[in-house]
Design a protein around this ligand. Structure first.
Ligand code: C5P
Length: 400
């Protein structure tokens, strides 16, 4: 989030139940060094108190065109902003912005700016899918507005569906991308990412598994989508998946091998962030192994090395990224894998370190490239790591 430091960001909050999440967006932006001015719409007051945001933002909240300390608050806010983010953006705000109906401070500010705008819609599924909302979103997008798609999950009133405000990390990620100018640098490229740990059957009910949560792979897929790529995610874990990502569900190393080799045939960028089992039971018992039969002896065999196969069949112009989870000799081991598996980049992490790797929301990595360059990324969110990995991909692809 270095891009945010010292930048002036206007945070618009409109009247939806997700307004409470804007508090976290505000706090994280201020923590990252941004100057945050907040605008609450009239309806937003029904969901969140202005005192909370006044206390957390860099200046008292703005709520009206008429009772601000400045006689023309919208032009001051709009002209001075480096970026405006609206989170949550209701159907009404999207419509008013698309039509240029500047009847309140937020819409007037959105129209009085030349800064990049990020909108984060949140509403019930029926509203989100209504043609009027979809048309307004398409219109805004065609004008260069960045839309952080809502996610699917639990909505107000206990309903479940698409329309939930994107998670705070995705919103911050979109802001970071916009301010760093890397907004659509993967446009037109096809990206395939693997995520999660494979599960290898021992019998009808038991599996050999590992602790991978899939969070890093999902973050890379989301980041690639935000940067304009066509994204396919081959995953063993069932996490909320952004609309726009094509998901292929697999369970075993063999299924992941089949899916990844098929997908890689058309991919420009392949990121193998899954934790693939190295060994699987030689035979999986058809039924459930009964404990009365005594302790079973499970004979293992190696699984196919997917990444090595992808490296062997890598096409010209294709970029292949592997991961290396290590507990010792991080860089040397990772360098060995980079060369052996014919990779362009390898992302190495010391999984024995605090807050790093499996299950955590954070990671710390060393990104090594085939040309010998090396980049260290200290403890950061998995979204931030995803950004760094894709920045390295873009760099490798643009090298002569
Ligand atoms: O050699 P090692 O298993 O440590 O390499 C890790 C990298 O290889 C990861 O990117 C992982 O996704 C990939 N891998 C694979 N197939 C395997 C084992 C690991 O693609 N059977």
């Amino acid at each position: 989030m270095e891009s945010v430091r010292g930048r002036r960001i206007v945070l618009g909050v409109s009247g939806g139940i997700a307004a409470y999440k804007s508090v976290e967006v505000c706090r994280r932006l201020v923590d990252a060094g941004a100057h945050v001015s907040t605008i609450l719409t009239e309806d937003a007051h029904r969901f969140i108190g202005p005192v909370t945001l006044s206390a957390l933002s860099s200046e008292p909240v703005h709520t009206s065109l008429w009772d601000d300390t400045s006689p023309i608050p919208h032009t001051r806010l709009g002209q001075n902003a480096d970026l405006i983010v609206v989170a949550p953006a209701t159907a009404r705000v999207l419509a008013a912005y698309a039509m240029g109906l500047s009847h309140d401070l937020l819409i007037a500010t959105l129209i009085a700016t030349r800064a990049q705008v990020v909108v984060c819609p949140a509403m019930h599924t029926e509203m989100w899918e209504h043609p009027s909302v979809q048309d307004n979103v398409a219109l805004l997008r065609s004008r260069g507005v960045i839309v952080v798609e809502p996610q699917s999950g639990r909505l107000a009133g206990g309903d479940v569906g698409t329309g939930r405000l994107a998670d705070v990390d995705s919103i911050l990620n979109a802001i970071d991308n916009a301010l760093s100018g890397r907004t659509r640098d993967l446009e037109g490229l096809s990206v395939v990412v693997s995520a999660g740990g494979t599960r290898e059957p021992i019998d009808a009910v038991r599996v050999l598994a590992n602790r991978s949560s899939g969070k890093q792979g999902y973050a890379i897929a989301e980041q690639a989508l935000a940067r304009g790529a066509q994204v396919t995610l081959v995953t063993t874990v069932d996490r909320v998946t952004l609309p726009g990502i094509t998901r292929v569900d697999v369970e075993t190393a063999q299924q992941m091998f089949d899916a990844m080799t098929a997908q890689a045939e058309h991919a420009d960028i392949v990121v193998m962030s899954a934790a693939v089992a190295d060994f699987r039971p030689f035979v999986a018992a058809a039924g459930k192994i009964k404990k009365e039969g005594g302790v079973p002896e499970i004979v293992l065999e190696p699984t196919p090395d997917i990444l090595a196969a992808l490296g062997a069949s890598k096409r010209k112009g294709q970029t292949l990224v592997g991961f290396a989870a290590e507990t010792s000799n991080l860089v040397d081991n990772a360098k060995g894998k980079l060369a052996r598996k014919n990779l362009d980049l390898i992302v190495a992490n010391d999984v024995s370190a605090e807050g790093v790797g499996f299950s955590h929301d954070t990671n710390a990595v060393t990104i090594l490239a085939a040309d010998g360059s090396c980049r260290q990324v200290g403890l950061s969110s998995k979204h931030a790591i995803a950004t760094e990995v894709l920045d390295s991909v873009v760099k490798v692809r643009s090298a002569p």
